[in-house]
Design a protein around this ligand. Structure first.
Ligand code: ADP
Length: 609
């Protein structure tokens, strides 16, 4: 029931559609009951021995229940209406049957029509929520949680919820109403017999509930196994180069086979368990039917029930079985859906970690300085930054240098709050960045990273990315300053050229210049540069360097320097080692000191030579 309630909450925004679905279900049920009921006069007229005139048996059998007297009154009315003509009566019944069936089926279609919209809209909502949440989650989430797992949640689990939603909607809106109306009719027709029947049902329902419970457990395990397979696939695809280079095919094949086989096993178990529901409920249903035939038949023999009424009773009863069967199948489905829903909610409830305080301060630019004050930071348990303090005055340039892994990127990532610091403060004009609106903080920053991040779309889209109402002039100006204009113009469709996945159709230097144009267009007050020109040839490097110089003008800049030649003009150079600042000063001072910077500088020049 709890599982059902959770699924119901998903469709809450679409109450209107649910109401329409219920309305048409109701019409469908009533029309169905009516056509089944027509069986009684049909039987009575067909099997009465009088060749010409009507004289139904029901009238003769003198039982005195409400139901019988109502039915007798109906027959009386009908006999008069068709002027005692048997053929007329038959025609009337046939026409009524056809009309009732048409109404029933139109209602059935309309009920499904609204159900389909309801279901698909709710699923759309789930996908939307997951994606929105993914965008809101901190970067740290994606390094811990595997991408394949997210993809699996987005596809497999959403499918499961969809199936389960379909079952539960019918289970909530249709089957119970059908059962109530049908059973109500049965009670009306013969309270004694129905009471007896109802006594039999809890036994059947109980055994099916037990089955559902075990299915939910198995199903959750099954989903996990499937997502393991996807994660592993994702990881293998990403690392194909390495797998081949280190001839790891055999190990990967083994691991995949083992994951694949346990996922298959789990799936087989879930399917077997699910398939049990239907045979069990059918057997139980027929057992109940057999008992009813026996008792009801005896009642007819003893004159307590008219024969035609008993047959109609039995026909209606047989129509009660399918909704019970549907209900019994719906429960396991709902349980499976709930297992997927658990996984969906795990994402929705994942900690966003980077919180904005209420009434955050909007910021437009830097008036005085950015200041790191005694900053410590740990990814998980490993502290990777220790007591980092430095200041970047407005429109000045501070460079971070040091061996790989010394903490340069981490320091830069803290400023746009990709991660939050454990200890210390980062201040902009004296205000802690945690009090600022994250949107305004990130909006005033331009970030050019080592690996230009581009999307499979046009050049213009990649430069404009995220901005609105950018004029063609501004776009071209940015491209020109970034030294990108010429090669853009030379490509097939200019700014409308599609650049391939991650910009694969461009060279490394071209990708960088697009990224720089993107940063230029935003005209950010603060620049974070992860300078990686080492992978570029000399010509490209010069073009990129020029573009960077254009970008840097009049901006407060934090540079991660890989080539020390490009930062000799920095106002302060900070030398890092294992998360500690070991030296600081400008280029001339540091060279004179002949310390770590001097060594780094010479190593670099030696490498070059
Ligand atoms: P640099 O930019 O100087 O090469 P980083 O800031 O990337 O150095 O890394 C500093 C330290 O933090 C390294 O020891 C690195 O292994 C660790 N590190 C970096 N990113 C993560 C991460 N997402 N999770 C855990 N540890 C990380």
């Amino acid at each position: 029931m709890k599982a059902m309630k959770r699924i119901l909450i998903l469709i809450l925004p679409y109450k209107g559609l649910a109401a329409l679905n219920m309305l048409f279900n109701l019409i469908q049920i009533l029309a169905g009951l009516f056509s089944l009921g027509l069986m009684m006069p049909l039987l009575d007229f067909m099997f009465n021995n009088n060749k010409e005139a009507l004289k139904p048996k029901a009238i003769e059998a003198g039982s005195s229940t409400d139901f019988t007297s109502m039915y007798n009154a109906f027959i009386q009315w009908m006999t008069e209406y068709v002027q005692n003509d048997k053929k007329q009566a038959l025609l009337l019944i046939c026409i009524a049957l056809i009309i009732a069936t048409i109404i029933k089926n139109i209602a059935r279609y309309l009920a499904l029509y609204y159900l389909v919209i309801l279901r698909n809209r709710s699923i759309e909502n789930i996908r939307k929520n997951i994606f929105q949440k993914i965008l809101a989650l901190p970067l740290s989430y994606f390094s811990n949680e595997k991408k394949g797992d997210l993809i699996s949640r987005m596809s497999n689990d959403v499918k499961e919820v969809e199936w389960s939603m379909m079952s539960s909607l019918e289970a909530i809106f249709k089957e119970p109403v059908t059962i109530i109306f049908y059973v109500g009719t049965l009670v009306y027709m013969s309270p004694g017999l129905t009471l007896f029947v109802i006594g039999l049902l809890p036994v059947a329902a109980g055994s099916i509930a037990l089955l559902g419970k075990s299915l939910r457990r198995k199903s959750k395990r099954n989903q996990e196994q499937q997502s393991n397979v996807l994660s592993f696939l994702e990881e293998s695809l990403g690392g194909m180069r390495i797998i081949k280079a280190f001839v790891g095919e055999k190990a990967f094949r083994h691991k995949f086979n083992s994951l694949n086989s346990s996922s298959t096993l789990a799936n087989i178990k879930v399917n077997h368990r699910g398939d049990l529901a239907s045979p069990i409920s059918e057997t139980l249903g027929i057992m109940v039917a057999g008992v009813i035939l026996w008792f009801g038949g005896n009642m007819v023999f003893e004159g307590e029930l008219v024969g035609s009424a008993f047959l109609a009773y039995f026909a209606i009863f047989s129509q009660v079985i399918p909704p019970f069967k549907q209900l019994s199948q719906a429960f396991p489905m709902v349980q499976r859906g709930a297992a997927s829903l658990d996984r969906y909610e795990e994402i929705l409830n994942a900690d966003e970690k980077i919180y904005e305080q209420s009434n955050p301060i909007e910021i437009k630019g830097v008036n005085h300085a950015i200041e790191y004050k005694n900053v410590n930071f740990a990814y998980g348990l490993d502290t990777v930054l220790h007591g980092i303090s430095f200041t970047v005055p407005k429109n000045k340039k501070v460079a971070l240098v040091g061996a790989s892994g010394s903490g340069k990127s981490t320091i830069a990532d803290l400023l746009p709050r990709f991660y939050d610091i454990s200890n210390g403060e980062i201040l902009i004009d004296g205000v802690d960045i945690k009090s600022l609106s994250i949107h305004s903080l990130r909006s005033m920053m331009g970030i050019v990273s080592q690996e230009a991040i581009l999307f499979n779309d046009t050049i213009a889209y990649n430069i404009i990315f995220g901005l609105e109402n950018v004029s063609k002039d501004d776009l071209e100006k940015a491209a020109k300053l970034a030294n990108a204009y010429d090669f853009i113009m030379q490509s097939e469709r200019g700014f409308d050229t599609i650049i391939g996945e991650r910009g694969s159709k461009l060279s490394g230097g071209q990708r960088q210049r697009i990224a720089i144009a993107r940063a230029l267009l935003r005209n950010p007050a603060v620049l974070i540069l992860d300078e990686a020109t080492s992978a570029l040839d000399n010509e490209s490097e010069k073009l990129v360097q020029q573009a960077l110089d254009n970008l840097r003008q009049d901006r407060t800049t934090l540079v991660i320097a890989h080539r020390l030649t490009t930062i000799q003009d920095a106002d302060e150079i900070i030398v890092l080692d294992k998360g500690f600042i070991i030296e600081r000063g400008n280029h001339t001072e540091l060279m004179e000191k002949r310390g770590p910077y001097f060594k780094l500088y010479n190593t670099y020049n030696d490498d070059k030579g």
